[in-house]
Design a protein around this ligand. Structure first.
Ligand SMILES: NC(=O)c1ccc[n+]([C@@H]2O[C@H](COP(=O)([O-])OP(=O)(O)OC[C@H]3O[C@@H](n4cnc5c(N)ncnc54)[C@H](OP(=O)(O)O)[C@@H]3O)[C@@H](O)[C@H]2O)c1
Length: 359
């Protein structure tokens, strides 16, 4: 696998595409307007973190139209940043966003949405991208994800897949989007959707270049995105499929919302942490996970790195992982996570980690 450096940060290609993304990326889910959308980062601290990210070579920035809590404010914050920093910063950043969810207007607190204000239909996708471009104050998106499959209760797609992929393909033709990607997809869905894209464009460079799925050291099986019958696939089969098809993996929740940073231990939790606040904390803070964290901390300490760096370096030990978009809400997180790119785990360390965490 080849890498190219910018400000000492290695960049990898996203799948088989020509797009290079920083090994350590930036997740902007909890960014927006802390006064009303539940986010943790606003303009004041956010702009400083974004400036520093570029200095550290962290060029891959990940948001979504619905961040945060359907407000669209993560994109708006980024839009204000891009406007303020100008075209040089825009050219340096790989800007990734996602559509599929509904988004309120600015300062709107609550409202109902029609079925065409979400999902994957042509009418929704084209409008959602126009709205994102407006919020982001840019005229193109580098990576456009379809956020989550839009399924009816019987499991069938709400939108014919050829219609959805025709809309995505059209956006590339129009120059509004550079690369196409998906999130929260199983192997079967990736295969079906890649085929649907081929039916609307014979141009093989219009392929799905990346998939963003849940994946971290404590929850490895999540990468398959299978909910109902996990026996239908496994972690390695999923990774092998991505390698064969040239689809890059962008793991989300790479630090298990902070659990893989050593801030949560049996009997001593960082109660100011996001994980502590989340409704889903019981899924993360289990006896098994707390015990694994202690064992992983031993390996990190022997290695002389932080637990967060170990967790990111382990993800990057998979060639198919192109970028790890750790969520950052403080400057010190960014400084810490950036150093993960310099940690190359040895065969022996990887074997120890495998022994501890393979489920
Ligand atoms: N495609 C999807 O459906 C999907 C879903 C979820 C997320 N995502 C993307 O993935 C990104 C990452 O996921 P995530 O933010 O939910 O989880 P994460 O990266 O696993 O954890 C981020 C949290 O960990 C803590 N943290 C990060 N670095 C730290 C460090 N070095 N030391 C101590 N604490 C540190 C911070 O917690 P505190 O804020 O508590 O300090 C931060 O909010 C998101 O921002 C988003 O872009 C995508």
């Amino acid at each position: 696998m080849h890498t190219l450096d910018y400000n000492d940060m290695p960049h990898r290609r996203m799948g088989k595409s020509g797009l290079w993304v920083s090994e350590v990326g930036l997740g902007l889910w909890k960014w927006g307007d802390p006064s009303y959308d539940g986010s943790r980062v606003g303009d004041h601290s956010g702009f400083r973190i974004l400036d520093r990210a570029l200095e550290l070579g962290i060029t891959h920035w990940d948001t979504a139209n619905s961040y945060n809590q359907g407000s669209g404010n993560s994109e708006r914050l980024l839009g204000r940043y891009l406007k303020s920093r100008g075209s040089r910063a825009r050219g340096q950043i790989v800007l990734a966003t996602k559509v599929a969810n509904s988004v309120r207007d600015e300062h709107e607190m609550q409202r109902a949405f029609t079925p065409n204000e979400r999902g994957g239909s042509r009418v929704y996708v084209l409008r959602a991208v126009e709205d994102s471009l407006r919020r982001l104050q840019t005229d193109y998106i580098d990576v456009l994800y379809h956020h989550s499959p839009a399924l009816l209760p019987d499991g069938s797609n709400e939108t014919p897949l050829d219609e959805m992929w025709d809309a995505f393909n059209m956006l590339v033709t129009q120059g509004k989007v550079r690369y196409l990607a998906v999130s929260n997809r199983t192997r079967k869905q990736l295969k079906t959707e890649s085929e649907a894209l081929l039916t609307v464009s014979a141009n093989p460079s219009r392929r799905i270049v990346g998939v963003q799925n849940w994946y971290n050291l404590l929850q490895r099986a999540k990468v398959t995105a299978l909910k109902d019958d996990p026996t239908l696939d496994d972690e390695q089969a999923f990774l092998d499929y991505l390698t064969e098809s040239g689809i890059g993996l962008i793991p989300y929740v790479p630090l298990a919302v902070g659990l893989l940073t050593g801030r949560y231990h049996k009997g001593s939790f960082d109660t100011s942490g996001r994980l502590y606040e989340e409704a889903w904390r019981d899924e993360f803070i289990t006896d098994r996970n707390l015990a694994l964290v202690e064992e992983l901390e031993v390996i990190a300490s022997e290695r002389g790195c932080t637990l967060a760096q170990l967790a990111i370096a382990w993800l990057l030990s998979h060639d198919i992982v192109c970028s790890v978009i750790a969520g950052v809400t403080k400057m010190e997180h960014l400084e810490d996570n950036a150093q993960a790119a310099a940690v190359t785990l040895s065969e022996e360390e990887l074997a120890r980690i495998e022994q501890i965490t393979a489920s």
